[in-house]
Write a protein that binds this ligand. Structure first.
Ligand SMILES: *[C@@H]1O[C@H](CO)[C@@H](O)[C@H](O)[C@H]1NC(C)=O
Ligand SMILES: *[C@@H]1O[C@H](CO)[C@@H](O)[C@H](O)[C@H]1NC(C)=O
Length: 183
């Protein structure tokens, strides 16, 4: 009986949260960066410990970059516990993107997540220290995404070389449902 009410509560909460525009929580498992040391002398890629939903990156560019691209891949399992498959795979010219040309919806999500620092993603990209605190991807994700594990691979590259490769792993979960299950 207790189990029945528990289930009912979960259903009610799930139903309620859907009408109240369900916003899933995001938790990062890992954030790795590999840099081309001809361009970037020092870097930090961190998951902020508080609730593991925010990222911080610091990159010290020692060379100017005239123009560059960003590639963005989103991978998810089709069903729980199956192989990760590419859901999104885009290659965006940042110089064009900054001008509002060839906008891609998911790229827009990603750039928005950088907050005010997003404006630093433009051309040319002068050398110097770039700090991107509190990158909040969760807040900008579309609401239709399911609860799932996912991976993101985002690289920055020029026609000659890769500047920075990042790989992220995380998962989306419904925190309200978790509360329901505990009761
Ligand atoms: C970044 O990834 C590309 C392609 O996957 C690879 O060729 C390159 O060596 C990588 N760069 C670094 C710094 O790991
Ligand atoms: C950069 O992106 C543009 C637009 O998608 C593409 O045509 C070009 O080949 C890309 N360049 C590199 C180096 O990937």
């Amino acid at each position: 009986m207790a189990q029945f009410y528990g289930t009912l509560l979960v259903l009610l909460l799930a139903g309620h949260s859907q009408t109240a525009k369900l916003r899933l929580q995001l938790m990062w498992r890992s954030f790795n960066c590999a840099v081309n040391t001809d361009y970037i002398s020092q870097h930090k890629c961190l998951i902020l410990e508080a609730d593991r939903s925010l990222l911080t990156a610091e990159l010290h560019y020692i060379k100017d970059v005239a123009k560059y691209n960003a590639t963005f891949k989103l991978l998810m399992p089709q069903k729980p516990n199956t192989k990760f498959q590419k859901v999104i795979d885009v290659n965006v010219d940042i110089c064009q993107f900054a001008k509002g040309v060839h906008g891609h919806r998911f790229m827009t999500v990603v750039i928005k997540a950088f907050g005010k620092q997003g404006s630093q993603l433009k051309c040319p990209h002068p050398k110097g220290l770039y700090v991107y605190p509190n990158i909040n991807i969760a807040e900008n994700l579309p609401a239709f995404l399911p609860e799932t594990e996912f991976r993101i691979e985002m690289n920055f590259l020029t026609t000659e070389t890769h500047l920075l490769n990042t790989s992220l792993a995380g998962f989306l979960y419904n925190s309200q449902k978790k509360i329901g299950k505990l009761i």
